[in-house]
Design a protein around this ligand. Structure first.
Ligand code: TEU
Ligand code: CA
Length: 536
């Protein structure tokens, strides 16, 4: 095995700054708020913090529409707040990575403001213009083309019309991006999460968007211009790379990207071909197959990220577990994830088992994707009730509600009016209460993180799936140099009888229900999870 990189044994915590902690009562989370909670994060034991975008932005897509890459948006604070945050993170021996959004900018970015002025403007070619639109659709509903009457051409936007796509064919544009990336690296940050980075290789005329023909050459150029020789973590959000491509991008001693986010497990509850809003129940066997493929194929040949949730996905416990069995099912999910090969990510609030939200009216939601979807479905004749049901299942605001710190006013998130409603369950579900409780998800997560650091088999061990065809059990072994670990999960509310493997010795490392004792004829409680160290 090649020299182990620090980010392979790291645990990352994702902060969604708008909803983490508000320091000045304007209802919006900010950098000083984050600074005030760093001890909470350091005590949890995470190594890296990833911040969703805090750049200057009109917030059409909550900061993923950047109007100035060199400025912090005033709602979050100032550049000196950012530098203070970086310093304080490093003081606590943690690292800080930030979001890099370079598939598109905001339409309020100066480049686009200039580009739209005339066809001969020097910035015109930084974006993608055509006389006629094609039939490519936007991820956020409708066409990906928007007519601009100033010059009588259409510009291309895969996301909202306030997020025009950058033209990566243009060498000047690419160089401006690399200069910007180096500016932040020189400031001392520890890496980037690269938003929809696989889209920069696209060829829209051939309608080849994902994993496009130019991806490798562009990642190569970016790597040479920015990352090479720097010991940073780069994680590419790549919704649709093939496994072979993941290997090409993430293997070797100096990979193009440290790791990627893959989304195969995020679409298993969608009806194939119908998009994210038409759902079906999760098939555990398919989920296991997905992980099995990833784990065995990438072993020694690439590196993946591990996650159940993020700011685009609904809350893990509400989606894959059960709100009634919150402690059990959240700890079960975390145990499964931390047992796998790859770098685990915790999305803010997951360490408390925070849940999704069900608001009574569509208008109470804020996310542009959700609101556009609602308009589109109304036009197709869906009832408000049907639309709400889809939002409850898949809407991105489910995971964007404010962090629940305690049971005081607005869950301790703000002293003002929060930009998005606080989940009413904050009175009993909050960080303060969780840590007082005998069944603390935060403490369980702390323990998992420590186990992760202690047992190298979790980082580099082989993967052996057991009970492949059982629809409720998820068990696997990880093994390296005769250090064996058995990860056990009962992925459902039923008590399960099970024949456990026979080892010469086994020792419990962690378990979410103390009533269970290891024996060959085991009975697993609902949503049971455990990790055992064994000797064959
Ligand atoms: O998301 C990219 C992405 O793959 C989207 O399709 C995402 O899954 C979306 O939620 C569809 O349901 C990234 C960011 O994470 C997201 O917040 C941004 O809105 C998007 O890029 C555009 O920057
Ligand atoms: Ca604020």
């Amino acid at each position: 095995m090649s020299q182990t990189k620090w980010w392979k044994s790291a645990v990352v915590y994702q902060i969604y700054p708008l909803s983490f902690c508000d320091s000045n009562g304007d209802g919006i989370g900010d950098l000083q708020g984050i600074i005030s909670k760093l001890d909470y994060l350091a005590t949890l034991g995470v190594d890296v913090l990833w911040l969703s975008p805090v750049y200057q932005s009109p917030m059409d897509d909550n900061g993923y529409d950047i109007s100035n890459y060199y400025q912090i948006d005033p709602v979050f604070g100032t550049m000196s707040d950012f530098q203070q945050l970086l310093y304080e993170v490093h003081q606590r021996k943690m690292k800080l990575i930030i979001d890099l959004v370079v598939n598109h900018t905001s339409d309020e970015h100066i480049w686009f403001q200039e580009a739209r002025q005339s066809k001969s403007n020097p910035k015109r070619d930084y974006y993608i213009w055509r006389d006629q639109p094609s039939d490519i659709g936007s991820v956020f509903s409708g066409s990906a083309w928007e007519f601009d009457s100033l010059t009588n051409q259409y510009y291309f936007h895969l996301f909202s019309k306030k997020q025009p796509d950058l033209n990566w064919d243009n060498a000047n544009l690419r160089n401006e991006i690399y200069t910007m990336i180096n500016f932040w690296l020189d400031l001392g940050i520890d890496g980037f999460r690269l938003d929809v980075i696989d889209l920069i290789g696209k060829d829209i005329d051939r309608k080849w968007l994902c994993d496009g023909p130019y991806l490798l050459e562009r990642l190569n150029e970016m790597h040479q211009s920015c990352f090479q020789g720097r010991d940073v973590l780069t994680v590419g959000e790549c919704p649709c790379l093939s496994i072979d491509r993941v290997k090409e991008v993430t293997s070797g001693d100096d990979p193009l990207l440290s790791m990627v986010f893959q989304f195969g497990h995020m679409s298993l509850d969608e009806i194939p071909g119908k998009g994210k809003w038409d759902c079906k129940p999760l098939d555990l066997i398919a989920l296991k197959q997905y992980f099995n493929t990833m784990q065995t194929q990438l072993h020694n040949q690439g590196w993946n990220s591990l996650f159940w949730s993020n700011h685009d996905q609904v809350r893990a416990v509400s989606r894959f577990g059960s709100e009634e069995w919150r402690y059990q099912s959240q700890t079960m999910l975390s145990t499964l994830l931390f047992g796998l090969e790859g770098t685990p990510y915790i999305y803010q609030g997951e360490e408390l088992g925070m849940t999704g939200i069900k608001l009574p009216q569509v208008a109470q939601y804020k996310d542009i994707e959700t609101l556009n979807m609602a308009n589109e479905k109304r036009a197709l004749g869906w009832s408000e009730e049907q639309i709400l049901q889809s939002i409850y299942k898949k809407g991105r605001d489910n995971s964007r509600t404010p962090m629940q710190w305690d049971d005081s006013y607005q869950a301790g998130f703000t002293t003002g009016v929060p930009w998005l409603l606080v989940n009413p369950n904050y009175t009993t579900l909050n960080a303060h209460q969780d840590r007082q409780s005998m069944q603390s998800i935060y403490r369980y997560t702390q323990q998992l993180i420590q186990i992760r650091k202690q047992y190298f088999s979790l980082i580099q061990g082989s993967f052996n799936l057991l009970y492949e065809h059982d629809p409720e059990l998820f068990l696997y072994e990880r093994e390296c140099n005769s250090q064996g670990l058995l990860i056990i999960a009962n992925f459902g509310p039923n008590v399960k009888e099970i024949l456990l493997p026979v080892y010469s010795k086994q020792q419990r490392l962690i378990q979410n229900d103390q009533s269970f004792a290891f024996s060959q004829n085991g009975v697993l409680p609902p949503y049971f999870a455990a990790i055992y160290l064994y000797t064959r």
